[in-house]
Design a protein around this ligand. Sequence first.
Ligand code: NAD
Length: 270
Amino acid sequence: MQKNSRSLKDHVAIVTGASSGIGLAVAEALAGAGAALVANFHSHGDAANELVERVTAQGGRAIAVQADVSEESEVLRLFDAAVKHFGRVDVLVSNSGIQKDAPVADMSLDDWNAVIGINLTGQFLCAREAVRRFRAQPSEKRPSRSAGTIIAMSSVHEIIPWAGHINYASAKGGLRMLVQSLAQEVAGDGIRVNAIAPGAIRTPINKDAWDSEEALTKLLRLIPYGRIGEPEDVARAAVWLASDEADYITGTTLFVDGGMSLYPEFRDNG
Ligand code: NAD
C-alpha cells in the first residue's frame, strides 16, 4: 500500500502565533495530520495551552512555547525547545504578524519598526534558524522527501498596494522576495520555502472589516468568490503545502483569497 503523502506523521512542526486566528487553525490542522506541534505564542498563553490540551487529548503531541519572533534570542529558544522535546524540526509555519495602521504622515517610526520587526525581521529570524536546523539533521531520519519546509504567512498585500498600511504592505512585499530568494538559495539542500497569501480571513486582526453588516458588504465587493475566508481555508492549504504532495513546489506563493488578487473591479468588463 502507498504511504499517504498528505500525512505529517513523524514530522515536527513549529507554528508561530499559534494562539489565535490563522495560526491556531494551522496548528490544529498540522497536528490533525499527525505532526508533533510546537505552538508558539506571544500573548494569549491560555489559548495556546488549551490547544495543547486538545491535541494531546486526541492522542497527538504538542507543547506551547512563549517567544517574541522579532527577538533573535527568543527565536533560538523556540527552536531549542522544539528539538529538546521532539528531537528535530521538519516544518516551520511562520505565521505571526501585526498591523499598526495609519496614513503615512501620521505613521510613527515606532509603528513602522514594530510591523517590520515582527512581519519581516521575524520571518528572517525564524527562517534562518529553520534552515540551520534542517541542514544539521541527518538525511536518513527524515520523515519527508524534503530536508524541511518553510511556509511564510504572507498576504495578498505582497502584491496589492494598500494605502494607509505602508508598513504592513512593505513587510509583505519584502516577504515575497525573502521567500523567493531563500527558496533559490536552499533548494540545493532539499529545503522547500513557500508563502501562503491569505485574502480576507475572519480573524481578530481584521475584525473591523467583518463584524458589522455594513463592513462585510463593503468587504465582499473585493472578493469575487462572494464569501469571507475562514482560518480553516488557510489551514488546509498549509497542510498540503507542508506535505510530500507538494514536494516539487518551492519559491511560490499560494493565494488563498477567493479571487481578491484578481482585480475584482474589472469583473464587469472593466
Ligand atoms: P491574529 O491577530 O489572530 O494572529 C496574529 C498572531 O501573531 C497572534 O497569535 C499574535 O499573538 C502573534 N504575534 C504578534 N506579535 C508577535 C510576536 N512579536 N511574536 C510572536 N507572535 C506574535 O491575526 P491573523 O489574521 O490570524 O494573522 C496571522 C497572519 O496572517 C499574519 O501574518 C497576517 O498578516 C496574515 N494575514 C491575515 C489575513 C486576514 O485576513 N486575517 C490576511 C492576510 C494575511
